[in-house]
Design a protein around this ligand. Structure first.
Ligand code: F6P
Length: 341
């Protein structure tokens, strides 16, 4: 018979547990297919860290943050590739894999599928930057957390007549910044996709101040003001071997203060956006992805990924899923920008 191995890989994301639960319950009740859990993404497959995953173990987990299986950024192709993966699968009688992950994970899944590993993908990213699906679970929760945080930061900024710069996640794209910024009524939304100068940012802050408002500026972590590449936050280690701190939000605040004379503070929301309970929307989407993924496995649709197209769950080719980043279209930012300042 069939046994499905399931793993979560890459950065975590609210809703991962709902995918696992949906897949295991549908596998158990409808298809009578047992599951095993793979610990810490691809690491568990290359290091043989596998546990049984009976239905009782997924009871009630869809409201829990994180992932009960753990995650890592291990790339299987740096640790023996398809051959090593197949070895562990055979040892545990796994006949198929469900891989839940973002761009890196799905790229690895696609390569493994090309090399004959029976795998189905589930897209995961709070950044919402995968082009082959309209939405990913986790994004709605992140936007809610960011919106509530911006609302809170606004009241303290108002009390002190300050400008507040709020940095949200988004390495390559500005979806979280755009949505949270619109929801919270930001005076400027800065995203990697759109060139904006420091002068323009200060102009929006001054306009808001002139209307007796505390300027609220939302910035995606991947944004760099045009012509100010020195403000880009380099990753890596400092001279003492410690991780370098200080993202774009922290770097922007003193620039704005100096140029406008408005006292400015910054807050970086960071991993708060990825932790805690998933929103109802994310639980629903994740559950639908999980049940659709186990159906795809039973139908032997190897090399595909479940995806949300409009309101329907469909299967798309893993190749198409991983090639193009879904960036914020200029018109979407323009729509928001008429409300700035
Ligand atoms: O891709 C999701 C994401 O949260 C990005 O927005 C962010 O840049 C990155 O992961 C943070 O990664 P880590 O959890 O490894 O610090």
């Amino acid at each position: 018979g069939m046994t499905i191995g399931i793993l979560t890989s890459g950065g975590d994301c609210p809703g991962l547990n709902a995918v696992i639960r949906g897949a295991v319950i549908k596998g158990d009740r409808i298809h009578e297919v047992p599951f095993v859990g793979i610990h810490d993404g691809w690491r568990g497959l290359v290091e043989d860290d596998i546990v049984p995953l009976p239905r009782a173990d997924v009871r009630g987990i869809s409201r829990a943050g994180g992932t009960i299986l753990g995650t890592s950024r291990t790339n299987p192709f740096e640790h023996g590739g398809a051959e090593r993966v197949r070895e562990t699968m055979d040892k545990h009688g796994m006949t198929a894999l469900i891989a839940i992950g973002g761009e890196g994970t799905l790229t690895a899944a696609r390569r493994l599928a090309d090399e004959g590993i029976p795998v189905v993908g589930v897209p995961k990213t709070i950044d919402n930057d995968l082009s082959a699906t309209d939405y990913t679970f986790g994004f709605d929760t992140a936007v809610s957390v960011a919106t509530e945080s911006i609302d809170r930061l606004r009241t303290t900024a108002e009390s002190h007549h300050r400008c507040m710069v709020v940095e949200v996640m988004g390495r390559h794209v500005g979806w979280i910044a755009l949505h949270a910024g619109i929801a919270a009524g930001a005076h400027a939304i800065l995203i990697p996709e759109v060139d904006v100068s420091i002068e323009q940012i200060c102009g929006w802050a001054e306009d808001a101040r002139d209307r007796r408002r505390a300027p609220v500026i939302v910035v995606a972590e991947g944004f760099v003001p045009s012509g100010e590449e020195h403000l880009h936050a380099p990753r890596g280690l400092d001279a003492f071997g410690r991780p370098r701190l200080g993202g774009i939000g922290e770097r922007l605040a003193p620039e704005i203060e100096e140029r406008t004379g408005i006292e400015t503070r910054s807050a970086t929301l960071g991993h708060l956006q990825r932790g805690g309970v998933p929103s109802a929307y994310d639980r629903v989407l994740a559950t639908r992805f999980g049940t659709a993924a186990v159906d795809a496995v039973v139908e032997k649709q190897w090399g595909t990924m479940v995806s949300l197209i409009g309101t329907d769950i469909e299967l798309v080719d893993l190749h198409s899923a991983t090639t193009v980043l879904k960036t914020v279209p200029r018109e979407r930012w323009d729509e928001a920008a008429i409300l700035f300042g």
